[in-house]
Write a protein that binds this ligand. Structure first.
Ligand SMILES: Nc1nc2c(c(=O)[nH]1)N(C=O)[C@@H](CNc1ccc(C(=O)N[C@@H](CCC(=O)O)C(=O)O)cc1)CN2
Ligand SMILES: Nc1nc2c(ncn2[C@@H]2O[C@H](COP(=O)(O)OP(=O)(O)OP(=O)(O)O)[C@@H](O)[C@H]2O)c(=O)[nH]1
Ligand SMILES: [Mg+2]
Length: 480
């Protein structure tokens, strides 16, 4: 396979692939997707329709039946679209069979297509083909999965923009700027005796600085972009009966977790995603942490600790109506040991102190809490009256976005892979500028610029390795 002059040796050819493209489970309609040069020839014998002797017009739905060619058994009543290359998702011939959306029906339809000689598609293989055939670049291909998995409106909007190529075109702008400088330098090196004048530092620095700014602008929004895409792992931690499950329900605005006045109600972690102004908040309600001999409770509490350990943010909940207990203090010690401490300046592992049951007489000494976590926001909430919940949400957004809300641009870099590549590219460009300013030979400068250019190409896929492509597309779902 070649893509923009690069040869990819991925273990795939133009063979014809097939998969169920709609979710497993029950739905009104289900789609079998077939792509490759034999797609028409493989499906046509299975498909009994009015004008059976000809392939229907491209890109139109045709009514008919899928018949098992061996047994002549009727498998399903369907609509089928034959779509002629190159005007298709993969740029290959594509056939889509729309059947009834039951798992057994779709499995039978897929089996019939495979029996005709198609191969079961790997995860993401349709989109891989779209990429290898040049219909999408890598950043666009990655956005397909982001779009499918988007959990908030902001996440969906960012993914759909990336799919339209907005990130790609900004990257190509920066690459174009860099390439212009490289071309001038290399022309003057390659043809010194011709009339190609050697560019001066004063000429080159402003252009390289432009590329530097273009990259810096993309990096500026990348922390914010990642947050919108990945969300925030938020564990609700505290001793039994302080109102953790009530808080989960309040933040989700549904009665998701069981709430009772019995301490030890929650025995296993409960995970749900709330939408916090576009940030997917992955909330984990946990079993109250307390010494216990009950083996079931012990396992639950181990899971609470694991949730705390893996969290970006901890909502540390206290019962505001009772003075701090030995258990509260033990939990605070544990969290500090996990790095959720005052001296831990990195805002990525943060504690929010929640004094719940604010509708009751308050009896917690807040001074003791603030001594341990002077910078942690402290919010009084009542899950009964709703008091303080908006403040709590505000505090979480504030923590999550502190120093990260840098861009109102439409284009936001949302993936860690892209952010990493941009950082490396920025280093190369910085190095090029430093060399220019030190009047080092221009071929030095050119090497750094080329490296920056290539690193940016990892994002769009021009310079991506087979291993990288394999890794990216294997995270896709089947049929995509
Ligand atoms: N039934 C169905 N629905 C679907 C898809 C699909 O493949 N099949 N998609 C896919 O996952 C998405 C739509 N994306 C698509 C993107 C490009 C093309 C395509 O055929 N592009 C041609 C241009 C076609 C034209 O202009 O008429 C091309 O780029 O050459 C099709 C679908 C979502 N819905
Ligand atoms: N007055 C008052 N009671 C509350 C509030 N929030 C929760 N409760 C009550 O506190 C009790 C325990 O609530 P839960 O949400 O089950 O507490 P929990 O922390 O999840 O408890 P475990 O799962 O046992 O660890 C229930 O009776 C709730 O109705 C509140 O804001 N004010
Ligand atoms: Mg609970």
């Amino acid at each position: 396979m070649t893509y923009r002059g690069i040869r990819y040796n991925l273990a795939m050819q133009n063979d014809t692939i097939a998969a169920i493209a709609t979710p497993q489970g029950v739905g009104g309609i289900g789609v079998i997707r077939v792509s490759g040069s034999d797609a028409f020839a493989l499906v046509s014998p299975l498909f009994r329709r009015r004008a059976n002797d000809q392939i229907p017009p491209s890109h139109q739905l045709t009514y008919g039946h899928i018949i098992d060619p061996q047994s002549q058994e009727l498998l399903d009543e369907v609509l089928v679209a034959f779509m002629r290359a190159p005007h298709t998702y993969t740029r290959e011939d594509v056939v889509e069979i729309q059947g009834h959306g039951g798992p057994l029906v779709l499995k039978r339809l897929l089996r019939a297509v495979l029996a005709q000689g198609a191969r079961m598609a790997n995860p993401g293989e349709f989109t891989l083909r779209a990429f290898l055939n040049g219909r999408l670049d890598l950043a666009q291909a990655e956005s397909v999965m982001d779009l499918i998995e988007s959990q908030t409106e902001v996440g969906r909007r960012l993914a759909v923009q990336q799919l339209q190529g907005q990130l790609s075109s900004q990257l190509q702008e920066a690459r174009h700027t860099i390439l212009g400088v490289v071309a001038r330098i290399e022309a003057s090196i390659d043809f010194p005796e011709d009339d190609v004048p050697t560019p001066t530092v004063a000429e080159l620095v402003p252009i390289v600085s432009l590329a530097q700014r273009q990259i810096a602008q993309l990096l500026a929004g990348s922390e914010q972009g990642r947050l919108y895409r990945q969300g925030l792992r938020t564990a609700i931690i505290g001793r039994p009966n302080v109102g953790k499950s009530s808080l989960l329900n309040a933040l989700l605005r549904t009665e998701r977790a069981i709430v009772t006045s019995v301490a030890g109600t929650t025995r296993d972690t409960v995970e749900e995603v709330a939408n916090l102004r576009g940030i997917p908040l992955h909330l984990i309600d946990t079993a109250g942490i307390t010494p216990t001999d009950d083996p079931v409770e012990q396992i639950g509490i181990q899971r609470s600790r694991a949730a705390a350990e893996s969290a970006d943010v901890i909502l540390l909940v206290f019962d505001g109506a009772t003075p701090l207990t030995v258990q509260d203090r033990q939990i605070m010690d544990e969290l500090q040991a996990l790095g959720f401490g005052a001296r831990e300046k990195s805002s990525s592992r943060s504690v929010v102190l929640v004094l719940n049951k604010a509708d009751c007489q308050q009896r917690v000494e807040t001074g003791e809490l603030q001594e341990i976590w002077p910078d942690a926001p402290l919010v009084a909430t009542s899950t009964l009256s709703g008091q303080g919940l908006a403040d709590l949400e505000e505090a979480i957004v504030e923590l999550a976005l502190s120093g990260k809300l840098q861009s109102n641009e439409n284009v936001l870099v949302t993936s860690a892979r892209h952010q990493d590549a941009l950082r490396r590219a920025a280093e190369h460009i910085d190095a090029a500028i430093a060399s220019l300013q030190k009047n080092l030979p221009l071929d030095f400068v050119s090497i750094d610029l080329r490296a920056g250019y290539d690193v940016l190409g990892e994002v769009t896929g021009e310079t991506a390795s087979d291993d990288l492509l394999d890794k990216i597309f294997h995270e896709f779902c089947i049929g995509k």
